[in-house]
Design a protein. Structure first.
Length: 302
């Protein structure tokens, strides 16, 4: 067995061309951990921001050598720590969080807490499973902040995006009357999730869930005294007119992820893979995502 594995990192951030693929030593899982052979890692906006140096600029990263890319993954368990009862070969998906780390999921391997992973249902392929952890957990944890809707109105911005597309069904489950704000071409998708659709919204919503990260523009759409939940922890928009402003920060939760994977397998939550692309093409994929308009996630295959 090789003593090293390949992973994509950034040393000096500067956009897609600053991403390097390097070899690093294989790590054995400790107590409570598994080593996963990664089959796919989704490309998310946070990864583009990392390689562009946004988080370095905010002083959130202090790595001596390099910073790892990638938050979510799916793959198979290659080794398990002494107290972990996940058999080798188990198909799992999961999320690693935090910005300041020298490892990521754009890699052949990952050592991660077993409790941060969940078994992938048989009916989901690993590429699809790789698209689920970060954005479904972010949506579920955002809906926790919204609480029960009781028939109140909720506008979901970026309703055709990954986070927005999960928020719609999860918020409907909690009794919100949901409208999705998205591009005109996305109307069919948004309505398929059971939401009303708008391509242009005016002020007056009881709550706004900001999957498009339009920030202050989203706060402006909330009625006086309503609720706004954003998705940019590093840039919370200012409150106005008595609007409560909250921000979600997605965190790993294996038990919750298991429910979200099941809800995707049953068709309750959307599953959207844009394309599966070799890890070597990571820079081209980042450039494509930066242009916007992509629906479904690119998945990198190491
Ligand atoms: N806080 C957290 O824990 C957390 C976790 C996950 C994601 N996020 C953040 O959540 C945001 C969404 O991520 P994602 O993966 O869902 O991205 P995504 O799949 O690209 O979705 C964003 C969607 O918003 C649409 N959009 C952007 N501006 C719009 C506007 N003015 N009107 C209507 N639609 C608009 C985009 O359409 P076009 O492509 O046509 O522009 C796209 O469909 C990102 O900022 C990401 O960093 C935060």
């Amino acid at each position: 067995m090789s003593t090293t594995y390949r992973t994509a990192v950034v040393r000096t951030p500067g956009g897609p061309d600053s991403i390097e693929i390097i070899d690093v030593p294989v790590v054995e899982p400790g107590p409570g951990q598994v080593r996963v052979e990664i089959a796919g890692a989704a490309v998310n906006p946070v990864d583009l921001a990392l390689s562009a140096g946004v988080f370095h600029g905010l002083g959130m990263i202090d790595q001596p050598d390099h910073t790892g890319l990638g938050w979510d993954f799916a793959g198979t368990v290659a080794a398990a720590g002494p107290d972990v009862d996940l058999p080798v070969g188990s198909r799992v998906a999961g999320l690693v969080d935090g910005f300041d780390r020298d490892f990521g999921t754009y890699a052949e391997q990952l050592v991660v807490a077993a409790s941060d992973t969940a078994l992938v249902p048989d009916s989901l392929d690993l590429a699809t499973a790789a698209t689920i952890p970060l954005n479904s957990l972010a949506a579920a944890q955002l809906v926790d902040l919204l609480g029960d809707g009781g028939g109140r109105s909720l506008l979901v911005t970026g309703a055709a995006g990954a986070v927005g597309g999960y928020i719609i069904p999860l918020a409907r489950d909690r009794g919100w009357r949901v409208t999705g704000l998205a591009r005109t071409k996305d109307e069919k998708f948004v309505r398929s999730l059971g939401a009303d659709f708008t391509a242009q919204a005016a002020r007056g919503w009881d709550a706004v869930a900001d999957g498009a990260a339009i920030q202050e523009q989203g706060v402006a759409l909330v009625r006086d005294g309503g609720l706004f939940v954003g998705v940019q922890p590093g840039a919370r928009p200012a409150a106005e007119r008595g609007v409560t402003v909250l921000v979600v920060v997605a965190h790993p939760d294996g038990a919750r992820l298991a429910q979200l994977l099941d809800a995707t397998a049953s068709g309750h939550l959307p599953a959207r893979v844009h394309a599966v692309v070799p890890l070597d093409q990571v820079a081209a994929v980042h450039r494509a995502v930066a242009e916007g308009g992509v629906r479904g996630k690119y998945v990198l295959r190491p």
